[in-house]
Design a protein around this ligand. Structure first.
Ligand code: DX5
Ligand code: ZN
Length: 225
């Protein structure tokens, strides 16, 4: 089964809770929360305060994507605020193994994200400890960018590797995911689809969720048969 993770970066921040409730009612599995620090990526977004404010209003799994340098400074903050999964960038810390351990010790699931140009080797020695691997299909920093197709073989190689060694990590993809690209990434082996503008930018986000899910599921069933 694939999981959908709408990214609130493309939600209406003035009506954030109502947008979150919309996608929750559409049956999405994760809520993807993009945290940017203006250093690791050029943009600035939200901090743990927004996570904390949303937490009492929904049971959705909070999937926090930290696009920040030295993410080890913020792990406990986001756990206290209500994160369920915390994903850090391999490029953003020199102590990746330590941060992964820190996330798990704080009691939540651990993910590592890789920019499009970062090889899979960057996670070679932590892969067994990961719950989620986030392959960026755009360069992180902004919503609404064009999907980078050269990441597709990377998804395939990772999916084969996880299968071969029977590792349990989910493969998430993030950036330019929508009705056109969902089947491509699912066929390659992704099972968590992060989508911002394709969901919150649609005139009917509920319909967009259903459409992306059914196109993704169709590609999955096709590739297992
Ligand atoms: C990009 C963020 C994404 C972004 C995706 O840096 O990590 O989660 O919100 O937006 P879309 O789906 O519009 O490419
Ligand atoms: Zn993201």
């Amino acid at each position: 089964m694939i999981k959908l993770a709408p990214s609130i970066l493309s939600a209406d921040f003035g009506n954030l809770l109502s947008d979150v409730q919309k996608v929750a009612a559409a049956g999405v599995e994760y809520l993807h929360i993009d945290v940017m620090d203006g250093h690791f990526v050029p943009n600035l977004t939200i901090g743990s305060g927004v996570v904390k404010a949303l937490r009492p209003h929904t049971d959705l799994v909070f999937d926090v994507h930290l696009m920040v340098e030295n993410p080890e400074r913020y792990i406990e903050d986001f756990v206290r605020a209500g994160a369920d999964i915390i994903t850090v960038h391999a490029e953003a810390t020199v102590h990746l193994h330590r941060v992964v351990e820190q996330i798990k010790a704080a009691g939540v699931k651990a993910g590592v994200a890789l920019n499009p140009a970062t090889p899979l080797d960057a996670i070679k020695y932590v892969i067994e400890d990961l719950d989620l691997i986030l392959l960026m299909t755009v360069n992180p920093g902004f919503a609404g960018q064009k999907f980078i197709a050269s990441v597709v073989p990377k998804i395939e190689i990772l999916a084969k590797h996880l299968d071969k060694y029977q590792l349990h990590a989910e493969i998430a993809v993030d950036g330019g995911i929508g009705a056109e690209t969902a089947p491509v990434v699912v066929k390659a082996g992704a099972n968590v689809l992060v989508a911002g503008s394709a969901i919150f930018g649609a005139s009917d986000p509920v319909e967009a969720v259903q459409r992306i899910r059914s196109l993704g599921e169709g590609a999955r069933l096709h590739s297992v048969n």
